[in-house]
Design a protein around this ligand. Sequence first.
Ligand code: GDP
Length: 423
Amino acid sequence: MLTAVAGINWGDEGKGRMVDMFADDYDIICRYQGGNNAGHTVVSDRGKFVFNLLPSGILHSGVVNVMGGGMVIDLEHLCGEINSLTARGVRLTPDNLKISSNAFICMPYHRMQDVLEEDRLGDNKYGSTRRGIAPVYGDKYMKKGIRMGDLLDKPSLEKKLMDMLQWKNLTLCGYGAHAAQVAESMKWIEKHSPQLIEFIFETSEYMYDAAVAGKSILFEAQLGALRDIDYGIYPYTTSSQTLAGYAPIGAGIPGSKLDLVIGVMKAYSSCVGEGPFTAELSGKEGNELRNAGTEFGAATGRARRVGGFDVPASLYGVRIQGADEIALTKLDVLSSLDRIPVCVAYEIDGIKTCKFPTDSSLLRAKPVYEYMDGFKADISRCRCAEELPAAAMRYVRFLEEAVNCPIKYVSVGPKREDYITLA
Ligand code: GDP
């Protein structure tokens, strides 16, 4: 069974929590793209964990976690994540964690370039996390990257770095910054790689053998459909493919077909960073939703942009993810609202449409809002459809119809057991 869990919206849909929930049913969990530019939160009986790089199945014994070749990895950040897990009693060994030798390394000079470029853009910034993700993916396609497998041959790696930094410094110095030095880069690598070497594998072969042997594999995405580099709200996207269709490629088994795509969709909208966000609600309505969903950046405390459920964007997200079924998250957040705002369509140049524009007309789109009855009840302890208030169930069925995809799971809280399976 090959299953992908992918985001339908802008990210932060609660994918990590869903992956953690499904993890026991799978032999392997594989992160197939992205870097440490987003966090997946998992609340287990051991407390709250945030994973930026490690797959969200890492807390389950008997599950092999694979970091696929489609990822970009900041060695220092990964060591930090591993150390904090170890400190909390989670044991990581080459048996439960495997890092692809094909994954690219996000170097300190990538972070530096990210900061320099966001600062240069000023008011027109993309809202980058400044963690070097766009520069490292850019270098990958310029064929100037270094990969995890290079850590196994340091003399050759040092030579590659000499060639690459000559090229990279043309850019860094163009910003007026200091040139990156080979010795400094090698020192950083020497400091952070020893701990990681034992986890580096040719994971493509491992994944292929596992798929052929009929093992069950769950592919985990970072961010959501609207952040996909090819089909998202470019350039306010991430720099990799967040779509389920890319999962087998990023995981190293490009010829394999997915059996199931579970789209994770949030009961309302939130968007971190810049770019068009048609359903955005401001003022009292926005504040109420933001507070109810505690939509504030984990690291910065910065208020996230929020809005009602966005039908055109989610319909598009379901389509490009190829979702077979939906896991709806955060329904409990709407408990306090008297009426639930839903952006049912966009109005563009005076024309009402449910089609999500993929061109610059998106910038002119205005939300068409309708309101549904609120359910005004604590639903966090509901464990079956019959326990949900009728108004909550009406909302779920409304969304199901609006995005034309069955909702199979409804999450009513952040903890592992806080969910309902619908028939
Ligand atoms: P991801 O990147 O898609 O995994 O999402 P994040 O972890 O960034 O954000 C989801 C946040 O919502 C986390 O803090 C989760 O613990 C929390 N969460 C997930 N599902 C639910 C839910 O059904 N209800 C509530 N109240 N919180 C949830």
